[in-house]
Design a protein around this ligand. Structure first.
Ligand SMILES: [Zn+2]
Length: 169
């Protein structure tokens, strides 16, 4: 199918579609169209990815020697009400790297929900033949990791190179 929409028109419709600004008739019409239209379908996928990147903007990945390091760009909490909690799950579970280090140096607070999320990240990575380690947790965070016994599964490191090297042992 050759798309008859002008690029600018396509962009506007897709932006409205993603922000749920289209009426139900327009949604139906667009959905019927884009499934058969390569140009609109591709544009929608790209826009969705951009929107997802914006939503999870407090995270960035760094890759070194086959190990992936997840960093927080700004101070964050891993508590039940924090948006980072759900984002962390997405970041770790929706990617294929299995040797992961989470840099916790900017995490100021963690609670049982945050610990549970680290645990589910750990389980996911182990299932994929990898594991999880953490870097530079603050003393309060470290204390909770120790108290709950999580630190026996998810070891903490204070040096990134040492943490990366530890995956080779
Ligand atoms: Zn189209």
């Amino acid at each position: 199918m050759v798309c008859k929409k002008e690029p600018i028109e396509r962009e506007q419709i897709i932006a409205k579609y993603l922000s749920r600004g289209l009426g139900s008739d327009a949604v139906e019409e667009f959905e019927a169209h884009y499934l058969g239209c390569d140009e609109c379908f591709e544009e929608l996928r790209v826009s969705e990815r951009l929107a997802a990147d914006l939503r999870s903007s407090n995270f960035s990945w760094k890759h070194s020697e086959g190990v992936s390091v997840l960093q927080f760009k700004a101070a964050a909490e891993l508590t039940h009400s924090a948006t980072e909690l759900e984002e962390l799950r997405k970041e770790v579970l929706e990617q294929s790297d299995s040797k992961v280090i989470i840099d916790l140096s900017r995490v100021t607070k963690i609670d049982s929900a945050g610990l549970g999320q680290l645990m589910s990240c750990y389980s996911h990575l182990v299932k994929n033949r990898g594991t999880l380690k953490v870097l530079n947790p603050k003393p309060e965070v470290r204390k909770l990791l120790d108290m709950t016994g999580l630190s026996t599964l998810i070891p903490s490191f204070s040096d990134e190179h040492e943490a990366v090297r530890s995956f080779k042992n």
